[in-house]
Design a protein around this ligand. Structure first.
Ligand code: NAD
Length: 300
């Protein structure tokens, strides 16, 4: 069993870290919010006073932070991970961040003699609790082979997407599909309602027809057809509008940098900016169906 430094114990990081403790690993935990680290200490981890203290002598470091700026700061900053880690330490960043930052941190880590994997996740807080996350990994074959056994304690599907940054590339491409498809499904249900077509009937037909997709069959944005979807609990998240907006922005930044036309991705970003900006940043992203319908509840 390994000694692991775990940095960032929010909605996702806390349950992921708990699963590593349950698997018998020795965890040293750090969060800028001390109460988050205290909760993990109560579950069997050891609180470290700083990231540098957590990392010193650890065999692996896992980070689960909000955005690219936090990741750059934690790895590259004064008193950061790269300065404190012993050469040869395995570094795994599970945050969703921009491809450029992931590649920059990997290059700096390689210069310091470390193996770095970008390993963003899909599956949300439910998947983090259940240990069923999907990890999309970028990095060398050696780094991936080292990370895989640890990731298997927190997830069910672990995919090597290619070289450094390719995990982040997979994550933003996937979530661009998700954002666009959720809007498409929402528009279809709103049109059906106006045409006098029952939502359950549209679901029964489209889930067996060419309109079938995850946004329809696993996460239906109207109440009824998929009882577990956020539509059935007033659009409590799940995956927030703010998170979807963040991922769509990352996809647009990457598309601009690569010179690729993604007009539907751009439209989805604009619509989610309206949704999040009108009081729904913390509502589930599927609630955009109400904004598209022009309903009062969606106006904040
Ligand atoms: P969160 O805001 O709940 O957690 C982030 C944690 O990092 C917080 O506890 C914060 O205090 C801590 N933190 C920030 N800066 C720090 C620093 N310098 N040192 C130590 N700790 C620091 O966010 P989350 O929901 O856990 O998401 C984390 C990442 O996972 C994000 O990149 C997000 O996009 C991605 N993600 C989230 C979900 C989801 O459903 N919540 C799903 C997939 C991916």
């Amino acid at each position: 069993m390994a000694t692991i430094a775990f940095i960032g114990l929010g909605n996702m990081g806390a349950p992921m870290a708990r699963n590593l403790v349950k698997a018998g690993h020795a965890l040293r935990v750090v969060d800028v919010v001390a109460a988050n680290a205290e909760r993990l200490a109560a579950a069997g981890a050891t609180m470290a006073p700083s990231a540098a203290d957590a990392v010193r002598g650890a065999e692996a470091v896992i980070t689960m932070l909000p955005a690219g700026s936090h990741v750059r700061d934690v790895y590259l900053g004064t008193g950061g991970v790269l300065a404190a880690a012993a050469p040869g330490t395995l570094l795994v960043d599970c945050s969703t961040i921009d491809v450029e930052s992931a590649r920059g941190v990997e290059a700096a880590a390689a210069r310091s003699g470390h193996d770095f994997v970008d390993a963003p996740v899909s599956g949300g807080t439910g998947g983090a609790e259940a240990g069923t996350l999907t990890f999309m990994c970028g990095g060398s074959a050696r780094a991936f082979a080292r990370a895989q056994p640890l990731l298997e304690r927190m997830g069910k599907t672990i995919v090597h997407a290619g070289g450094p940054g390719n995990g982040q590339a997979a994550k933003i491409c996937n979530n661009m599909i998700l954002g666009i498809s959720m809007i498409a499904v929402g528009e279809a249900f709103n049109l059906a309602a106006r045409l006098g077509l029952d939502a359950q009937k549209l679901f029964d037909i489209s889930s067996k027809s060419s309109g079938q997709c995850w946004s329809l069959t696993s996460y239906c944005p109207v109440p009824g057809p998929v009882p577990g979807s956020p539509a059935n609990r007033g659009y409590a998240p799940g995956f927030t509008g703010a998170m979807m907006l963040k991922d769509l922005k990352l996809a647009q930044e990457a598309a601009h940098a690569a010179g690729v036309a993604t007009p539907l991705g751009a439209a989805a970003q604009a619509l989610y900016a309206l949704y999040a900006g009108s009081g729904h940043a913390q509502d589930d992203f599927s609630g955009i169906v109400r904004m598209l319908a022009g309903s009062k509840e969606a106006k904040g």
